[in-house]
Design a protein around this ligand. Structure first.
Ligand code: NAD
Length: 363
């Protein structure tokens, strides 16, 4: 039996931010990061809240949020006892908020209204039942419907300040979500339709926003594509591209979207080497008006190059060859056990994942 669900009510379009003024709230907690707080973006958002609401801000979130940061958030939320919680930021802020509410809920906190406002166009976390947190050197994907926000507010003006490199990383994350959802062994007609729409937007609008961060129509389309891809993968699941990126990111702390972008052509070739697993890529390519799977792969490689993404992990310069070899077996083990691996189209062994890591490192 297949299922399709979307928990969050979506607020989007030019007046979306006005949803904030209609919130029934007296005690609001905003979970965000230091940059968004200090740059004034948090107050730009909270000015729309009802005037009587008391607002507390927890701005300790960092990229790849750790379990310790989440635990501190759990302690803090019992002190604040908010009736509304707003996650404001990129995937790291939204995931940290999800995990804080999840673990606080297990300790008896009554569930407040949970609204997510993404400030990057990348993870789709505002609509997914995933949260990725880092425990030691490992990024762990929590997957539970209880994690999903109650509402998601898309306002592309909050993404306008994202610099080109992060625009590239997060945009390639959208592409990876959509493509992994499309080829997933749990894909359905519904998730395929969403994935193809997101892919069309990424190929068209990601180069535009990369070259011109003020291109607000394209920013708006990318914000929606990120959310659309999130709805696709929260229903269809992801695959080993994400499993490999999680284990690598936990160890070496490179931006998640960049790792996905570097790994993607290697993972596509691994699947396409067998005609059975090449078939969904051929189908996806045709839906996008491309000739076949090879043509789709060429488009991915060309887009990556246009965005200045490295071809090989070695080219990042931040992953030492010795440290990589020392940890490649452990990372493959972690990737094999990652929650994204069971929905990968092609069954994989630990050795397949070691080989993929080495291919992606050396090119
Ligand atoms: P991020 O949240 O880690 O943010 C990256 C950087 O961008 C930070 O320094 C942040 O301050 C900055 N930033 C955010 N918004 C900005 C803005 N408007 N202007 C300028 N700078 C801004 O990056 P991300 O790619 O959005 O999230 C990545 C995290 O999300 C990873 O931990 C990844 O594993 C996780 N993830 C979660 C899901 C999910 O479904 N829950 C899906 C994919 C990825």
């Amino acid at each position: 039996m297949n299922q399709f669900s979307l928990k969050a009510k979506l607020f989007f379009g030019p007046q979306a931010v006005e949803h904030l003024s209609s919130l029934a709230c007296t005690n609001v907690l905003v979970v965000t990061d230091g940059f968004l707080q200090e740059s004034g973006m948090v107050s730009k958002m909270t000015q729309y809240l009802p005037s009587g609401a008391h607002v507390s801000v927890y701005s300790n979130v960092r990229p790849d949020p750790s379990q310790e940061l989440v635990d501190a958030g759990v302690e803090m939320i019992f002190g604040v006892k908010p009736d509304v919680v707003i996650a404001f930021g990129g995937g790291s802020c939204i995931d940290a908020t999800k995990a804080i509410l999840y673990f606080a809920g297990q300790k008896g906190l009554a569930h407040p209204y949970f609204l997510a406002i993404p400030t990057t166009a990348g993870t789709g976390s505002e609509v997914t039942n995933f949260a990725v947190i880092t425990r030691g050197d490992t990024k762990v994907a929590l997957i539970d419907d209880a994690l999903a926000p109650d509402g998601a507010l898309l306002d592309a003006s909050f993404t306008r300040s994202v610099p080109p490199k992060i625009t590239a990383d997060t945009g390639m994350d959208v592409l990876t979500h959509a493509l992994e959802a499309y080829v997933s062994n749990q894909a359905t007609t519904f998730t395929d339709a969403l994935a193809v729409k997101a892919l069309r937007v990424v190929f068209e609008d990601l180069p535009v926003v990369f070259h011109d961060g003020d291109a607000m129509r394209a920013r708006g389309r990318m914000a929606e594509a990120s959310c659309v891809a999130g709805i696709a993968f929260t229903n269809a699941g992801l695959g080993i591209n994400h499993s490999l990126a999680h284990a690598l990111g936990g160890r070496f702390h490179v931006a998640h979207g960049r790792l996905n972008a570097i790994l993607l052509p290697y993972v596509m070739r691994f699947h396409m080497a067998d005609s059975k697993y090449r078939e969904p890529y051929d189908r996806c390519a045709r839906e996008l008006g491309m000739a076949d799977a090879e043509d789709l792969l060429r488009h991915v490689i060309d887009l990556r190059a246009e965005l200045g993404v490295e071809d090989r992990l070695a080219d990042l310069g931040s992953i030492d060859a010795g440290a990589f070899e020392e940890h490649v077996g452990d990372m493959a083990e972690a990737a094999l056990g990652d929650r994204c691996t069971p929905t990968n189209p092609r069954p994989v062994s630990r050795q397949d994942l070691v080989n993929l890591y080495r291919d992606a490192y050396n090119g």
